[in-house]
Design a binder for this molecule. Structure first.
Ligand code: MLT
Length: 411
């Protein structure tokens, strides 16, 4: 009989957010009269920007339902969207990225998970801790993580603790990794790296032949001039960095599914004979083989976000969620909680009160305040003692959540 990929059996039985959804689902069934406020998974609440809706209608209804119909598109995305991304997200901001270095996909999560396909099976991976679980789990599936140890770490993964003590800024590793995942603004801590802090990582990668997988899904929340929105704002990054971006949080595309990955021509990896291959060529090969492109209809919606109306509407959505983040930060501080992030970011990283564990605080918030957060320990060992809240709910629910926490929490 066919045998399974044993690496899958090493993983915890369910993905973090599926586990939380299951718990909350059964809580709601047993408490039907309770209004649960969801601030767990970073899912947005505002409807799609009108420009995206009109783009979808034009692409779906007008174009595909008449003799302008077309079927398969380019696997790496339609030119109109790649060009709009290149112009607006990079070149107009003085960043050198060519359209054919942009690969449109069906969301950053898939691209991040799939990207590991192109590297050797013994690649050494470094992650910040706590961390978005996809970076770790996808490498476990690929057999690179080693074994899960009692302390919650994987034996072959290099962990870079991000704690209150180091200001959530990871130190450069002493053991040299091949692939370094950085996510800034950070998921889950909501903290950021300054330009000079990110430059240290780029310099480190250049000096050590490492590649940085830079997840900038939350760049739209950055307001601080000294916080880079793209790693390519840093000199030398084109030689060592791949950047993942998402339309989910900026334009409410969590259900639509659209994102993109930038792979500059200069980023190289070693062949077994010591020569080098541009990883862009491998990613192109991987995508053309295993992916038939993001839905054309959704790409039309995405391209419409770059029109003047689309840009204004996206900016409005981001401003709305920023206000929620401010409300959470100030309200939770007034409730006596210690909180981090929330500025330049939609995530608020809350220190659990009274020495509660992450899961104890999760249960307390759900049972007492009927609020769903994400237990920090689900993001890695250094997340124990924290809980993540998101700013993606409505103003009304965010205000209600703050008021519930303030009335039930006696610190
Ligand atoms: C999160 O809550 O961390 C994100 O929404 C998950 C994701 O984007 O896949």
């Amino acid at each position: 009989m066919i045998r399974i990929n044993e690496n899958f059996r090493k993983l915890p039985s369910s993905y973090l957010f599926s586990e939380i959804a299951r718990k909350v689902g059964s809580y709601e069934v047993s408490h039907p009269d309770v209004k649960v406020i969801r601030m767990g998974i970073g899912d947005v609440t505002l409807p799609l920007p009108r420009a995206a809706v009109e783009g979808v209608i034009a692409g779906a209804i007008d174009e595909l339902s008449s003799d302008t119909f077309h079927g398969y598109g380019p696997e790496q995305g339609h030119d109109m969207l790649r060009h709009a991304i290149g112009e607006n997200d990079y070149r107009r901001r003085g960043i050198n990225v060519a359209d054919d270095e942009i690969f449109v996909g069906d969301g950053a999560k898939s691209d991040i998970g799939n990207f590991v396909d192109i590297f050797a099976s013994d690649t050494r991976v470094a992650v910040t801790d706590p961390v978005y679980p996809v970076y770790v789990d996808s490498n476990v599936m690929a057999g690179r993580a080693g074994e899960l140890l009692a302390d919650g770490c994987w034996s072959r993964i290099i962990y870079l603790p991000c704690t209150a003590e180091n200001g959530f800024v990871p130190a450069l590793p002493s053991e040299v990794p091949d692939l370094i995942y950085l996510c800034y603004p950070n998921n889950p801590t909501g903290t950021v790296l300054s330009r000079s802090q990110l430059k240290e990582w780029v310099d480190y990668a250049r000096a050590n032949g490492a590649i940085i997988a830079f997840d900038s899904a939350y760049e739209a929340f950055v307001t601080d001039e000294d916080v880079p929105r793209s790693i390519y704002e840093i000199e030398g990054a084109r030689e060592v960095a791949v950047e993942f971006r998402s339309f989910s949080k900026t334009a409410g595309f969590t259900g639509m599914r659209l994102g993109y990955t930038v792979v500059p021509r200069e980023v190289m990896a070693l062949n077994s004979d010591g020569t080098r291959t541009p990883i862009r060529d491998l990613w192109l090969r991987r995508q053309t083989t295993k992916f038939n492109g993001a839905s054309y209809v959704v790409q039309c919606g995405g391209a419409a976000l770059y029109t003047p109306q689309g840009k204004t509407q996206v900016a409005g959505n981001i401003a709305y969620y920023r206000e929620n983040a401010e409300m959470l930060l100030s309200g939770l501080r007034e409730a006596g909680l210690t909180v981090y992030g929330g500025t330049n970011s939609p995530y608020i990283w809350v220190k659990t009160p009274d020495g509660m564990s992450s899961w104890q605080f999760f249960d307390f918030l759900l049972d007492t305040c009927h609020i769903v957060g994400t237990p920090g320990c689900g993001f890695g060992p250094s997340g124990e003692g924290y809980l993540r809240l998101t700013a993606f709910n409505t103003h009304e629910n965010t205000a209600e959540a703050v008021s519930r926490i303030r009335s039930f929490l006696k610190i």
